[in-house]
Ligand binder design. Structure first.
Ligand SMILES: [Fe+2]
Length: 504
């Protein structure tokens, strides 16, 4: 572990040559060949804290090649769920592919039958792919618990419901008839810790085109017997239509607002229709375009029932937000900005991608003045980052600390190799690094039961260990970023996407 000085005024100390071996990073891209059943785990270093009780669920692409055909982009890989259960200082691991219709059909055929959104094609070139506009719901982006279901999420279509204990796929879920067949359902729900009483899951679906409609939905996450409410019940919804094509991957919440950032981006579907590109490769930044914040009042907040607010947003492209909160007249939104939409062209092998040619993600704070519609922007860190979160109890509220995956170098774009705790007020940071041979995924901050301070708890992270060609689970002390335990997993999990922790 290294403890760095505050960001303000610190000199960039980027080495001329990146401190990692590309072969170590790329060795993660492989097929998962095992489905394990509650394999007991032991710490190789340190000890699993007995107070850490619950299940860490991770989702990500587990299948990257079929019949000799490699996917063009790992995000097109079939969703594979890993569950690591913690109990009384012990842990066990189970993993399962989501049995989607596409996965089952391709397993049986032994070859690629579908195109992928990020540019993966069926063998046979454009002629074999033209006019095949079917979407393969790959269920690979996030996994959350809602009521008695575990939901494997993929933003362009319905979730898949799984058994939270066995991970067996129950099937495509329309959430008791709430969703229409094929309806988009975001892979980025936000968990309101109880701004208006009981905790909620707030999420959305977006139907896009020349005009875009956002369906905002709020679900109960706990039973309320007196009110006749069960966990998983829909509590409220609203739909709002906006001008322009919307690519909305994530959003943020406060007690009063759902905050969306519409990137200035265009979609030209022709190369997709003609079999030359995947749909996501047809997204392109609109030069001189104006990004917008779309602020939708939440049903339980001070502006319930009112029309959305639309406010000009800064230049740049955003996939993920850190957090948002309200401060008198200001709505503060913290997001990871890219200078442009990062895309891998049709002729580039993702394993050979040149990181220097891709923009890095940088954490910025936007203070939106709701009285006059102006926005002030302030960069919070110069270090390339992704997958940032605050203590889940501070979601939608002012938070002092954030945890995020970062590159090892202070500046420039590189694979994510370290986890940083950032003090959002003082700029002080502490870094745990897996470099040179380790590569981190999304870190999850888990508060200690009964914690009295915001940074009391652990950070859980699945790390690709290039030396072992397998994955490790790393448990850090959230306050100090000291290593608490390293568990060498009996599984090689390709670089993943999102996950969640469900307390016991
Ligand atoms: Fe995401």
């Amino acid at each position: 572990m290294s403890v760095a000085p505050p960001a303000a005024g610190s000199a960039a100390t980027a080495p001329a040559v990146p401190g990692y071996d590309r072969a170590d990073w790329a060795s993660s891209f492989r097929n998962v060949g095992l489905e394990l059943d509650d394999v007991p785990l032991q710490a190789a270093r340190g000890a699993i804290p007995p107070e850490l009780q619950g299940t860490l669920y991770r989702n990500g692409p587990g299948r990257l090649e079929r019949g000799g055909t490699w996917l063009h982009h790992p995000f097109d890989g079939d969703g594979m769920i890993t569950a690591i259960r913690f109990e009384a200082g012990g842990a066990s691991l189970r993993n399962r592919f989501v049995r989607t219709e596409g996965w089952l059909a391709e397993e049986q055929a032994g070859r690629v039958l579908y195109r992928g959104v990020f540019g993966s094609q069926k063998p046979g070139g454009p002629l074999a792919n033209a006019f095949d506009l079917r979407l393969k719901n790959i269920a690979n982006t996030h996994v959350v618990r809602l009521g008695d279901q575990l939901l494997a999420l993929w933003e362009a279509a319905e979730p898949h419901a799984l058994d939270p204990d066995t991970l067996e796929t129950r099937g495509l879920s329309r959430l008791d008839g709430l969703l229409k067949p094929g309806e988009a359902f975001s892979a980025h729900p936000r968990f309101d810790p109880g701004h208006h009483g009981a905790p909620r899951m707030v999420t959305f679906g977006v139907k896009t085109g020349p005009r875009s409609t956002i369906r905002l939905m709020e679900f109960a996450t706990e039973d309320d017997v007196a009110a006749g409410i069960k966990a998983g019940d829909l509590l409220s919804e609203r739909s709002d239509t906006f001008n322009g094509f919307a690519f909305l991957h994530d959003f943020a919440i406060t007690p009063d607002w759902a905050v969306f950032l519409q990137n200035a981006i265009d979609f030209n579907p022709l190369p997709f229709v003609l079999g030359q590109k995947g749909a996501a490769q047809c997204l392109k930044s609109r030069p001189g375009g104006q990004a917008k914040f779309w602020l939708i009042p939440r049903d339980s907040g001070a502006f319930a029932g009112q029309a959305p607010r639309i406010i000009d947003a800064p230049d740049g492209f955003v996939f993920h937000h850190l957090n948002a909160w309200q401060e008198q007249q200001e709505l503060v939104v913290e997001s990871i900005f890219y200078s442009d939409f990062p895309s891998i062209g049709p002729d580039t092998d993702f394993r050979a991608v040149d990181f220097d040619l891709l923009p890095e993600g940088l954490l910025e704070q936007c203070r939106i003045n709701l009285a006059d519609g102006t926005v002030r922007t302030n960069r919070l860190s110069e270090r390339c980052c992704e997958f940032a979160m605050v203590n889940p109890e501070r979601e939608g509220l002012p938070a002092r600390f954030a945890w995020m995956a970062v590159a090892e170098r202070e500046t420039g774009n590189d694979p994510l190799q370290a986890i940083k705790k950032l003090d959002l007020i003082s700029g002080e940071r502490q870094v745990w690094s897996a470099s040179p041979r380790g590569f981190v995924s999304e870190p999850l901050m888990v508060p200690r039961p009964g914690a009295s301070s915001e940074d009391d708890g652990w950070v859980l992270c699945v790390v690709w260990n290039g030396a072992r060609c397998a994955s490790d689970l790393v448990i850090l002390a959230a306050a100090s970023m000291a290593e608490v335990a390293v568990v060498e997993l009996p599984l090689a999990i390709p670089h993943g996407l999102h996950g969640s922790f469900v307390p016991a």
